[in-house]
Design a protein around this ligand. Structure first.
Ligand code: GLN
Length: 252
């Protein structure tokens, strides 16, 4: 497959991960800041999840917002709208540079933006994940569903919420499939989460579940941030947002 970067450099796992940085107050007297692209879509739930885990979420809507961020989340929403807004706000080029050098988590439309090829779109994708993605491949809004997803780095099952989700049709050799599901309980597993270096893309929406494990994994294991200890963020009784359901599997 051709390079995920589209610039002739090989796509591999050796993208620089962020150096380990404390997310707590030790470093500069303030929490580490993690951006959430906030042009459109469900950025608010990601921001609340990051906050619960002890990092400071930063809404990214203009180029200066990227300064000093340790990592970025690209949320779900409408990928065509997000791509148009990226072009209109002048955020496209700085964002493209940022995601090439920093950890990034894309969920649903975020995955569509990060992929090398997501089919016909008004603007090119960012191409940091060497995958081919098909938009809306599970059907329309009414065909949205929840299903258990097997997430290898978590060593178990995660509640997958799929909303007009994309399907990962092809995975490049430098890409690790880190989440899978069995459609309709079938024996064959399909990829629903991928990682390439410090870029992660998910077809589903962990921010809608109250289960913090995937965000925690991204921050700690991919972005190499150390989260504050003793935070109330572990899933299960006492963790998560009020009213959100407790999550099977317990805290790490
Ligand atoms: N179908 C949307 C798109 O193509 C993605 C849906 C989502 O992010 N939940 O951008």
């Amino acid at each position: 497959m051709r390079s995920a970067a589209g610039d002739g450099t090989p796509a591999d796992e050796s993208r620089p991960a962020a150096p380990a940085r404390p997310a707590g107050s030790e470093a500069e007297g303030r929490p580490v800041r993690v951006g959430v692209l906030s042009l459109q879509g469900d950025f608010e739930r990601h921001a609340r999840t990051l906050e619960t885990l002890g990092v400071e979420p930063v809404r990214v809507t203009a180029p200066p917002d990227l300064a000093g961020l340790a990592a970025l989340v690209v949320p779900g929403g409408e990928s065509t709208t997000m791509l148009r807004l990226l072009a209109a706000t002048g955020l496209r080029a700085p964002l493209e540079a940022f995601v090439r050098g920093h950890p990034v988590l894309g969920t649903c439309a975020g995955l569509i933006l990060l992929a090398r090829d997501s089919g016909p779109l008004p603007e090119p994708t960012l191409g940091v994940l060497d995958v081919v993605v098909e938009r809306n491949a599970y059907g329309r809004q009414i065909d949205s569903f929840s299903d258990a997803v097997e997430v290898a780095p978590l060593g178990g099952s995660f509640p997958g919420v799929f909303i007009r989700a994309p399907r990962i049709r092809n995975v490049g050799s430098g890409v690790t499939v880190m989440a899978r599901r069995a459609p309709g309980g079938a024996g064959s597993l399909e990829p629903v989460g991928v990682r390439q270096g410090a870029a992660v893309g998910l077809c589903f929406h962990p921010e809608l579940t109250g289960d913090l494990r995937l965000h925690r994994w991204f921050l700690e294991e991919v972005a190499m941030l150390s989260l504050p200890t003793g935070d109330p963020a572990g899933p299960g009784p006492g963790g998560g947002e009020p009213g959100e359901r407790p999550v099977a599997g317990g805290a790490r």
